[in-house]
Structures are given as C-alpha cells and as structure tokens.
Ligand binder design. Sequence first.
Ligand SMILES: Cc1cc2nc3c(=O)[nH]c(=O)nc-3n(C[C@H](O)[C@H](O)[C@H](O)COP(=O)(O)OP(=O)(O)OC[C@H]3O[C@@H](n4cnc5c(N)ncnc54)[C@H](O)[C@@H]3O)c2cc1C
Length: 623
Amino acid sequence: MRTIYSDVLCIGAGLAGERVALAAAMEGFHTICLSVVPPRRSHSSAAQGGMQAALGNAVMGKGDSTDIHFADTVKGSDWGCDQEVARIFADSAPIVMREMAHWGVPWNRVVAGKHTYYKGGKPFEAEEEESKHGLIHARAFGGTAKWRTCYTADGTGRSVLNTLDSKCLQYGVEIHDRMQAEALIHDGERCMGAIVRSLRDGELVAYIAKATLIATGGYGRIYRATTNAIICDGGGQICALNTGVVPLGNMEAIQFHPTGSVPTDILMTEGCRGDGGTLLDVNEYRFMPDYEPEKAELASRDVVSRRMTEHMRKGFGVKSPYGDHLWLDIRHLGEHHITTKLREIYDICTHFLGVNPIHQLIPVRPTQHYSMGGVRTDKDGHAYGLKGLFAAGEAACWDLHGFNRLGGNSLAETVVSGRYIGSKMVEYLKGSESVFKTEPVNDARKLVAKTIDDIISCRNGKENCFDLRNAMQDVMMDDVGIFRNAKDLQNGVDRLLELSERAKHIGLHGSVKGFTPELSMALRVPGMIKLALCTAYGALQRTESRGAHTREDFPARNDAEWLTRTLAYWKEGDSLPTLKYEDASPWFELPPGERGYGGGKIIPAEIPADKIKTKEQAEEAIK
Ligand SMILES: Cc1cc2nc3c(=O)[nH]c(=O)nc-3n(C[C@H](O)[C@H](O)[C@H](O)COP(=O)(O)OP(=O)(O)OC[C@H]3O[C@@H](n4cnc5c(N)ncnc54)[C@H](O)[C@@H]3O)c2cc1C
C-alpha cells in the first residue's frame, strides 16, 4: 500500500481545514489537505450571508464590542456553549476579519452618507460616518444586538475560501482532492493519520502524520430536507466515532434554518430577513411580530423555525404538492437592492424556483441546516481521547454554539478557530515527539479493505445502501425534527436500530471498477446511521428543551439538571452509543438567564460562586 508522510494531515479543505493548514504551513510544517471535491467547491463556498465580528464600523453597529458579541453568542446558544471558547472567539474575530482583508477578501465597505436600510419590512434612513468611510461594513443577521456581520456582497463563503485557497497554494500546502478518509490510524492513545480511498481509482493510501485534523464539515445529510451539499455526510465524525475512544459532543443539537426554499431546500440566506425581508402566511399576513414582538423575524433561528412550524400547525401554511410552507417577502426591498445585495437569491429564485422575487413571494419552510454537534475537542482543538488528533469547523464541537449557533458565527468560527487551533497544533508539533507504529496502520488498512471486499462480493447480503440511506433520512425527518417527544424519539431509535442491523448486510448492485458512487455510499451509510442514532438517542435522553432541541414533553430549559454537554462514545460491537455528560462550560462569565426572545420556562441552577468569573478573570484564565 502506498504510504504518504507529512507533519500535518488536514482531513477537509473547506475554510476550517485550509485555515489550520495555513497556520502549520506558515511555520514550515509539511501539510497536506484531503478533500472529496476540489477545495474551492467545499461547502463553505455556499455561504452567502457573512461572518460575525464586532468591528463597530457600520452606523447600525455603533458601540458594538467583543463583550456584546460574546453575550449574543452565549444567549444564542441558550447557555449550552463553552464560555471560555465564546470569549476566545469574540475577542479574536475582529483581528481575523482584518487579517482576511489584508489577504485580499473584498469585504463590502462603509460608504459615508445617508442610506436607506430596512427593519421589519419598513425602510429607515441612517447616516454612515465620514470617519468610517472605506472600513469593513456589516449587515444585520438574526439574534444579534448590533449589526456586525461582515460580508462580500452575496458570496462571502466563496470569496473567503478562494482567498484562503490561494494563500494555501502560496505557502505550499499540498491539496489531494478526490481523496476520502475512511478510518483513522490509531493505537487507542495516539492518532497517526488516516486510511484514505482515492475516488478516482479506488486505491487505498495510508497517510501518516504527526498531527491529524478533522475538518470535514457537518452531517446534515442524515436528514432528507437539508440545505447541506451532498458531501456533508459526516465522514470525519464517523472516523472519530469508530475509534471507540473519541466522543462526539451534543449530536442532538441540530439547527433548522427558517428559510429553506420549497421544494429544492436551497437556502434563502438570512441576509434576506436581515436586510428587511418578512415572513407571511397563507393570508399574506405578517405573523412573526405576534409571536416575537421584540425581534420578530430577527429572533434566533431556532425560535423563528419553531414559530413558523407552530403557525403552520395552526393551519396558516400554504398548501403545496411538496407539503405546507410559508412565504418570504423581499419585494419591498426593490429591484436595485435585490439584484445587487441579494443577487444570488435573485438567481436562485429565478433559476430553481421559477419565482421572480422582485415581484413574487418566495416559498420557504424550516429545513435542516447546521450541525452544532461534532467531534468533541478542548478549547485548543485537541479531540478528546486521542493524542495528535484535532478537529475544527462544523465537524467539531469546540463548542462555540451550544444548542443554537447564531447566523454568521459559523463561517467566522471556521477561520477564527482555524487560526487559533492551527497555532495550538503548531505548539503541539514543536513540543512533542512523534510516534509511528506499523501495526495500527496495517490493522486500519485491513479493516477498510475487508469492508470494501465484503460489500463488493456481497458476502454478507445484498441490502441496497440507497434504500437504507433514504429510510434513515425519513426517520430523522419524521421523528427527530424541530418538535420532539419521547414517543417519536423512541420510535426513531427503534427504526434506526433496525436499519443499523440491515446495514451489516449491504452488498453492491452496480459495477465496481475504480470509483463508484454506490461503493462510496455503501461505505458511508452504516456510519451515517450511527450518527443518526447518536442524534436520536441523545435527543431522547435529554429531557429538557434548550436552543434547537425542543421537547414537547419537557418544555422547560432545565438548568438544574441539564446544563451539560452530551458525549457520545461508540464501543465496538455495541448497537447504541454510550452517553456521558460533562458541564456545559467550565465557568460562567454570563450566568444562565433569559435570552430575551423565544419565551419558555427556565428551571434555574444554583451556580457555585467559584464558577462565576468577571471578564478580566476570564481573559486571565484563557491565557
Ligand atoms: C447553504 C449554506 C449557507 C451558509 N451560510 C452561512 C453564512 O452566511 N454565515 C455563516 O456563518 N455560516 C453559514 N453557513 C454555515 C457555514 O457555511 C459552514 O458551517 C462552514 O462553511 C463549514 O466549513 P468547514 O470548513 O467546517 O466545512 P466544509 O466547508 O463543509 O468543508 C468540508 C471539507 O471536508 C471535505 N471532506 C468531507 N468528508 C471528507 C472525507 N471523508 N475525507 C476527506 N475529506 C472530506 C470536503 O471535501 C470539504 O473540503 C451556511 C451553510 C449552508 C449550508
């Protein structure tokens, strides 16, 4: 078997993978990024909206600070996040946005003078300051007290990814695309790289590295209706879970975006609502202010998605052959605004929906969008359980987002955490000796080769992997959606357990030469069902409502018992994950309280005095 050595192996070449790779390459470490697609086509490129950082340049962001950003993030997370991480993130986001500007990201800039902006569908005038002319601008995104979402027109993800990818080329990061990681190489204590399958010709290659990063994005494709790309299948999380020693954090924390389009599920960016778009029901009535008088359409995503679902359940949805939906109205923003600041929305609507948003309403409904859960790491990005393994970006549970991530915070997380975790990885590389053993490499390779052989030879049966994938997605939509309860969740777990059993008998139906999509799916489905089980079982056990996890049978946020993070381990031979729990945050700079939107009862916790820190103490502790 071909073996490729490097100092750093980044599994994933989206924003997070490339930012970590860059940090290592800039320090002279030989770094390789793997990707199943050319890096610039990673899912990060689909992000239109923007990245949060408290720059305070825009008039509507005046007075913003890292403290306000920190507070918005913690409230958004419904106190599920690690506050140490939220503090690191909020403090460094402005530095990172400026660094990205220095590298060439064409941020939209403040233009001094009077401008017409929108709030709740109503225009208002605001004057951008002369002294801020030419500085990085910001737009409104859900759940924030100030406008702080930096953007490049309607293509933020794309322009930031292109910039980073160019930077990686400049610093000699090797990109190996169409290469899919199938298993980690480890001895139960240390990670030494990964066994990787070429999607061109099916060759298995051992990548041996001193430090390995998982940055493979989210696992949205365990749901049928998702805004995620087809490559968001949780491959990295599966590799980590299959080690048996690396836990996944808060897998039940799944975000539904309020405005997935119907029927394609393509995202209508939050920028639509941020820029003044409104939500209308079957009677073209604007209903959100009735539920959320203060924030209306700009409450956090979990809240808006719930309110929309509630309203449709009351019979105010628009009937369609694809199920009920509501309307997104941006007509009042006018042609100029829509074809410039929301140009991609205009294109998506006209090309995919046959709708002209300048004159017509856009059909939308809540759709799976973001994976708050992922490979659990400490604040430096080290995965729990294995030395030399790191994780960053959406694949990780660094835990900036708790039970609901704020719009604009995840794109920012990729580069902010990527830079920070990259620097910690460099410290690790400089400070530790590397250990490579032949046995774990051979064991991992044999296991992957045998699995492939079993599937190709149909040794264990001929279950169709696409049928199993579709059935799993149906379970997740039916039983593990926005509103959850014990009966449905138990039903979901039972159905997934059956699918998991059937997945042991997958056999190939098509040809096996080189790369076949069926073989890729056949290899991925058993792991995807495991991720689905971690999500459903974690949701069943968490008997409270927090952020995006809403239990109809336990409607209160229960800080007394559930101010915790779920850790899901998968031991070999088990049919369900073993769940353990840890404190949500090592300390609280912002003790648990009201979010200010969403309503709902809170069962309070008694937080010991030594767990509460001032900002100064928090910053001192992070050092
Ligand atoms: C439609 C859409 C719009 C969004 N808009 C915004 C926004 O405006 N603002 C915001 O903050 N967030 C937004 N988000 C979220 C944000 O874009 C993502 O969270 C973020 O880009 C994830 O980046 P990443 O680097 O972690 O992963 P990705 O960009 O998904 O990259 C994953 C990488 O891993 C590779 N990979 C996957 N599996 C394997 C494997 N097994 N082996 C090898 N490589 C593998 C892929 O090829 C890819 O290179 C949006 C999300 C969606 C779905």
